[in-house]
Design a protein around this ligand. Structure first.
Ligand code: SF4
Ligand code: SF4
Length: 318
């Protein structure tokens, strides 16, 4: 039994799935950035990307379900050749499905991606964008030189299209700590972000989501390199908050990898914790009506989701 499972047992808690509401699709590891905190180890040289055949199989599966939200992530999901095709196919489904794009912002201004922001707006895709700080120094330290300036220009472009202004074009920002510490209070930080981005750049957005860095992927390597991994794990374990369990994203989300393989969440995906049922499980093997109460696969990294106010793809839990 891993330490997280032991902690749940100490609190007489179990972690099981509820009804699936969100399909989070990680379309690959290709990205134009190489951020220090990246749990995917994404970057410009990664070759793993979702094929059109896999997209078609996912759409066929979705069409037979009532899963209402499709959440696209990566890498930079926009970099796969069939990104726009994927969105258009989801948008054709009846009943209608909501699409989220997890965007690093800078990709919207890269050569070869012209018209991408307009395509997202035309399809009413919600954007959840990484923005680890409202100051240039912190963002560039974590994400690379010039990323802050590119992100600001992209946010201004999105505002000019109505993102963050019109109700059907939501624009949310994501904060994650720039080191081995827990996020600050989400509501307070959101007030600071809104004030600073409006004052200095005229930018508006809807919500700020605070995320905890999980000790996996490139962030774990960074911690190990700085001899801080054990200390960070202790911080997460000491901050365990049992009231976060009911709001964990693994309870209502199915996570799918670039080959269609299934996991409880994107973090488990990066750790290769694929569902098994006498063999590896792919999305097209899953009956969404029969996975209620399925036990969720956990590990020490899960303490990252339950520390303090908790952490999901949509920010703090409590
Ligand atoms: S954190 Fe996001 S933007 Fe940065 S390298 Fe990873 S996938 Fe790319
Ligand atoms: S890492 Fe978080 S979301 Fe994933 S299984 Fe563990 S608790 Fe759930």
């Amino acid at each position: 039994m891993n330490r997280f499972a032991q902690k749940l047992a100490q609190h007489s808690l179990s972690l099981r799935r509820g009804r699936p509401e969100i399909l989070q699709v990680n379309v690959g590891k290709l990205c134009n950035l190489t951020c220090v905190h990246c749990h995917v180890n994404a970057g410009p040289k990664r070759k793993e990307i979702m094929s059109r055949d896999t997209i078609d199989r996912i759409i066929d599966w979705l069409a037979k379900t009532d899963v209402s939200v499709v959440d696209l992530t990566g890498g930079a999901p926009e970099m796969i050749p069939d990104f726009r095709y994927f969105i258009e196919r989801v948008k054709e489904l009846q009943p209608a499905r909501h699409v989220i794009d997890r965007c690093n912002l800078t990709i919207l201004l890269e050569r070869g991606y012209e018209g991408l922001a307009e395509c997202l707006a035309n399809n009413k895709v919600e954007i959840i964008a990484s923005m680890p700080c409202y100051s240039a120094d912190n963002v560039n330290a974590q994400r690379g030189e010039g990323v802050f300036e590119g992100s600001i220009a992209a946010l201004q472009l999105l505002n000019s299209l109505g993102y963050g202004i019109h109700a059907e074009l939501p624009l949310h920002l994501v904060y994650n700590p720039v080191g081995a510490f827990l996020p600050l209070l989400q509501a307070e930080l959101e007030t600071d972000y809104k004030r600073e981005l409006k004052k200095h750049f005229g930018i508006v957005f809807n919500n700020l989501y605070t995320l905890t860095n999980l000790p996996i992927g490139r962030f774990a390597a960074y911690l190990r390199h700085n001899d801080k991994l054990a200390q960070y794990m202790d911080l997460l374990i000491d901050a365990f908050n049992p009231t976060t369990i009911s709001g964990l994203m693994c309870r209502n989300t199915i996570s799918v990898g670039w080959r269609g393989e299934v996991y409880d969440c994107d973090f488990n995906q990066q750790l290769g914790m694929q569902w098994e049922n006498g063999g590896p499980v792919f999305l097209w093997n899953v009956n969404p009506n029969k996975i209620d109460k399925r036990e969720i696969m956990t590990g020490d990294h899960c303490f990252g989701c339950t520390a303090g106010a908790g952490s999901t793809c949509c920010g703090a839990i409590v």
